[in-house]
Design a protein around this ligand. Structure first.
Ligand code: HEM
Length: 212
């Protein structure tokens, strides 16, 4: 129980800091995404900047909303206080995921480093959609533990952008690899980590439940 509380607090800290960072950076410090876009070279399709930027604003807004609503729904205290709130907030999470996936689908063909990165984003989109819908189906069948586990898997994807940028920086600034290649490595390494980390969390919380 104590372990779970610590994990939730850690998750809350990381999520809140990242939401704040994403909002400030993308709507205030660099609303034109100049830093990010300057690294795009040799695009096969012409990027319509005003459209891309507006799609990116919607993308960031709903990504942050998904992150916040998901975090709130993992709180046992809030769940025990009002199941109705948990349900409504759960639908807010699902709609947010749908909108992030939709906007991501628009941006994917223009991804940094071309097709290979686009495929990674398309895979992310399909995986996230599948996992989130599975979580919903499980609760419709009243399988609470399975619903919780699929939601842990789904929520991990809210950290996609954070993981991609951390891994890209590690390869680009840390190991001196070219930015575009580092970015593609960032996408695929993130997919792997976003699938593995939730499994570790699910297994750990399962043993904790059986020990108690
Ligand atoms: C909290 C979660 C997320 C946040 C805050 C976020 C934010 C952003 C931001 C700010 C950009 C613009 C470029 C940059 O600075 O990275 C971006 C690009 C993009 N995001 Fe997200 N995102 C999130 C999750 C996701 C997820 C889950 C997916 C896919 C399922 C996704 C797909 C994309 C795509 C395809 C691009 C364009 C990449 C490119 O042009 O190279 N994002 N995102």
């Amino acid at each position: 129980m104590k372990k779970r509380k610590t994990l939730y607090r850690l998750l809350a800290c990381v999520s809140i800091i990242f939401i704040f960072y994403a909002l400030v950076k993308n709507y205030w410090i660099d609303p034109g995404a100049t830093g990010f876009l300057s690294r795009k070279t040799g695009l096969k399709r012409e990027l319509n900047l005003p459209v891309w930027l507006n799609v990116m604003y919607v993308h960031v807004a709903f990504a942050c909303l998904a992150m916040a609503s998901g975090l709130v729904n993992f709180s046992n205290r809030i769940f025990e206080k009002s199941r109705k709130f948990h349900r409504i907030n759960g639908y807010i999470y699902i709609v947010s995921v749908l909108l992030v996936v939709l906007t991501s689908g628009y941006m994917a063909p223009y991804a940094t480093n071309g097709k290979i990165s686009s495929w990674g984003f398309n895979a992310l989109n399909m995986l996230w959609l599948f996992i989130t819908i599975t979580a919903l189906i499980q609760i419709k069948k009243k399988r609470i533990i399975r619903h919780r586990n699929w939601m842990i898997r789904s929520y991990a994807f809210c950290f996609t952008n954070m993981f991609i940028h951390l891994i890209t920086s590690l390869f680009h600034q840390g190991l001196g690899l070219e930015y575009a290649a580092s970015y593609t490595i960032g996408i695929y390494a993130s997919i792997a980590l976003l699938l593995v980390i939730p499994e570790i969390i699910i297994r750990t919380s399962r043993t904790e439940l059986t020990i108690r």
